[in-house]
Design a protein around this ligand. Structure first.
Ligand code: NAP
Length: 248
């Protein structure tokens, strides 16, 4: 098993891409801690336990520093923290509606400050463990622009991309690796409103050279490599999992 003996904390792990990470990482031997605002995280943890894996749920608002302290303490327990997946994120209202400062702040608080606070809270424990792997879920929208997303979403995911490289540089000599993952359109509750509208769906598919949406498991598979020791020489990198969106 590729993550045997590792402890992994996954923010936003109650559903969508985060839940796929929790299931796959547990299947590969990791002890998983699911942090989310949604109590559905309990159900994902129970499902993993029933399948023979190790998982716990902790309530976590990524924009709250105290929540992070609690979540990291829960993950570490008597052991140590090896992997952090900063996955929780919000997209804001899409398709060109209001650009209010409130909407800007709300997106930045979760998508950028949340990643900063999570990293800050995890690094100390990872240093004690002799290193670790931080995986930041950005987006293809952190690399290219789009008239169809809230600009704060693009800006936030671009910030996650460069924050990842800064963290990678600052902690490389101490054994902490930090990489970003850039999913394209993935079938999750976040994007439901788009995928249920035939016109928007047609546009999305037209933007993807592979001609379809991805599924959460296809993203988790990339993160599995970054979480495992197989990627021991990879830091500051961008793993794009977008069906070819940014390559055209
Ligand atoms: P999702 O289905 O909405 O799941 C995100 C999870 O994060 C939800 O359980 C959500 O809970 C939780 N969350 C939101 N704000 C939080 C907070 N402040 N603290 C803790 N948890 C919070 O979204 P997803 O599609 O799986 O997205 C996961 C990540 O992938 C996000 O960073 C997203 O930007 C990125 N991504 C997604 C796509 C896509 O097409 N789906 C593409 C590129 C990148 P609530 O429901 O309570 O908010």
């Amino acid at each position: 098993m590729r993550l045997q003996g590792k402890v992994a904390l996954i923010s936003g792990g109650a559903r969508g891409i985060g839940a796929a990470h929790a299931r796959l990482f547990a299947k590969e031997g990791a002890e998983v801690v699911i942090g989310d605002l949604l109590d559905e995280g309990n159900m994902v943890a129970a499902e993993i336990q029933q399948a023979g894996g190790k998982a716990r749920f902790v309530r976590l608002d990524v924009s709250n520093e105290d929540d992070w302290r609690r979540a990291i303490a829960e993950a570490v327990g008597p052991g140590r923290l090896n992997v952090l997946v900063n996955n929780a994120g919000i997209s804001g209202s899409q398709w060109g509606d209001s650009l209010t400062p409130e909407a800007w702040d709300a997106i930045m608080e979760v998508n950028v400050t949340g990643v900063f606070l999570g990293t800050r809270a995890a690094v100390g424990e990872m240093l004690k463990a002799g290193g670790g792997s931080i995986i930041n879920i950005s987006s293809q929208m952190g690399i290219v622009g789009s008239g169809a997303t809230h600009p704060a979403y693009n800006a936030s995911k671009g910030a996650v991309r460069s924050l990842t490289k800064a963290v990678a540089m600052q902690y490389a000599r101490q054994g902490i690796r930090c990489n970003s993952v850039h999913p394209g359109p993935i079938d999750t509750p976040m994007a439901d409103a788009i995928y249920h509208d035939p016109k928007k769906l047609e546009w999305v598919h037209s933007m993807v050279p592979l001609g379809r949406r991805g599924n959460p498991e296809e993203v988790a598979a990339g993160s599995l490599y970054l979480a495992s020791d197989e990627s021991s020489y990879v830091t500051g990198a961008e793993l794009v999992i977008d069906g070819g969106w940014v390559a055209q």
